[in-house]
Design a protein around this ligand. Structure first.
Ligand SMILES: *Cc1c(COP(=O)(O)O)cnc(C)c1O
Length: 412
């Protein structure tokens, strides 16, 4: 079962067996999945997909597992929302939101990558899963490990939001906060991986993990009526999601499910951590690592693993990269909530804020079909809005008491 032939080096194209490895031992390039596309072509078409479950597994032949998925059966197929109100506020006519803030089970797009990675870890026979995380990955690995009955040991930078910490601990994981940034955590995990034969979902399982993100791109195209949009604005951390949306669109083109892809892919980062958008603006493909300092902690990666490919995706697609300040992030979180009734986390504020900028710059035009990627839930990053609202009025349980307050609030 399954259509994975093995792994292949993205750079030198050497082929490897299906194993929990992620780096080419010859040229140190990243490994990716080598699919049997001829086989896939014979079984995948619009009808076969539409007859599938309302989850990411409707694309199962295009995902890198050999057996049926073991966890995350309800992940994905989240709403693609026609965002008329936000579009009006931003001055464009054809705006959509791909809303993974309601993804299952832990309310971020990371459930897609983890559903694949943990299913694959079980196929490989691991008994413990692990990861280096900026928060959402921690939540998702912990939840899927619980579902699978596996042990989990999870590493995060210290100083993460309360919702991300509790949202990991509740599943019974061992959670370790490392003094330092995500980049310190990631380096430490690579060292720990030498001694502990665990499935580190975003290290040794990374080639499989990454392709879980393709489902986000497939869904955008299918939900637009088997069309790829003119523009996609993507929040960027390690640059996995942005490259996989691009890959997903091109696989659909190759399978004849959509017309020639002409989508522009835009990278969105916070000004306090924007190595990818800085490189795009400077016209270089080389990342200069930075030390993150932003409230958008879930995308605060100073030295992104796939940064080079993220830059290339934006450039070859004809897109661009922009960043926004923390103040703009907060404003944009509020704007999305007030216009569309969607409460996103700080990363979503980044994406909305960057979209606004790109429209102002004329890079996104009013009649083009534009998709904003909303990848996480606002209830997990409540601290960001701490100073934004007054506490609710407290009244006696009496009509008079309410009418008094109501009358006063009208005069404000
Ligand atoms: C992890 C994450 C991203 C981006 O991740 P990549 O590493 O670039 O794939 C975007 N948004 C949220 C909310 C995330 O948690």
């Amino acid at each position: 079962m399954g259509y994975v032939k093995g792994l292949i080096c993205k750079e030198c194209k050497r082929e490897f067996e299906k194993e929990p490895i992620h780096v080419c031992e010859f040229c140190f390039g990243p490994l990716e999945i080598n699919y049997d596309y001829e086989g896939i072509k014979k079984v995948v078409n619009k009808k076969s997909i539409e007859a599938g479950p309302p989850s990411m597994w409707r694309y199962q032949p295009l995902l890198p597992i050999d057996e049926d998925p073991k966890v995350g059966l309800h992940t994905g197929f989240t709403p693609l929302v026609r965002a008329k109100n936000l579009g009006k506020a931003l001055g464009i006519n054809n705006l959509y939101i791909k809303n993974d803030s309601v993804n299952h089970p832990t309310f971020s797009f990371k459930d897609r990558v983890v559903a694949v990675a943990v299913s694959k870890a079980i196929e490989f026979g691991f008994d413990t899963v692990s990861c280096a995380s900026t928060g959402n990955l921690a939540n998702s690995v912990a939840a899927h490990a619980a579902e699978a009955g596996l042990k989990s040991c999870i590493f995060i930078p210290d100083g993460l939001e309360a919702g991300k910490i509790l949202g990991t601990l509740v599943y019974g994981s061992q959670l370790i906060a490392v003094k330092g940034s995500y980049d310190d955590v990631n380096r430490l995990c690579s060292e720990i991986a030498v001694n502990h034969k665990w499935a580190f979902v975003n290290i040794n399982i990374r080639p499989y993990y990454g392709d879980g993100s393709k489902s986000y791109g497939y869904e955008i195209a299918e939900q637009l009526g088997w069309k790829t949009p003119d523009n996609v604005v993507v929040p960027v951390a390690g640059s996995s999601l942005i490259t996989k949306i691009w890959k997903a669109f091109h696989e659909f083109e190759m399978l004849g499910l959509v017309d020639k892809v002409q989508s522009k892919i835009f990278a969105a980062q916070a000004t306090g951590c924007c190595p990818v958008t800085t490189a795009i603006k400077n016209g270089t493909e080389n990342i200069i690592p930075v030390k993150p300092n932003t409230i958008a902690k879930s995308i605060a990666i100073g030295n992104p693993a796939d940064g080079y490919y993220g830059i290339k995706t934006a450039n070859t697609s004809g897109g661009y990269g922009e960043d926004v300040s923390d103040e703009e992030v907060v404003e944009s979180m509020k704007l999305l909530a007030e216009t569309e009734g969607i409460f996103t986390e700080t990363a979503g504020g980044v994406t909305v804020g960057v979209t606004k900028k790109l429209i102002e710059q004329g890079r996104i035009k009013s009649d083009e079909t534009t998709v904003i990627c909303i990848t996480g839930n606002g209830l997990k990053t409540q601290e960001a809005l701490d100073d934004c609202f007054e506490a609710p009025a407290v009244i006696e349980p009496k009509v008079n008491s309410f009418e008094e307050i109501f009358a006063n609030s009208l005069t404000v």
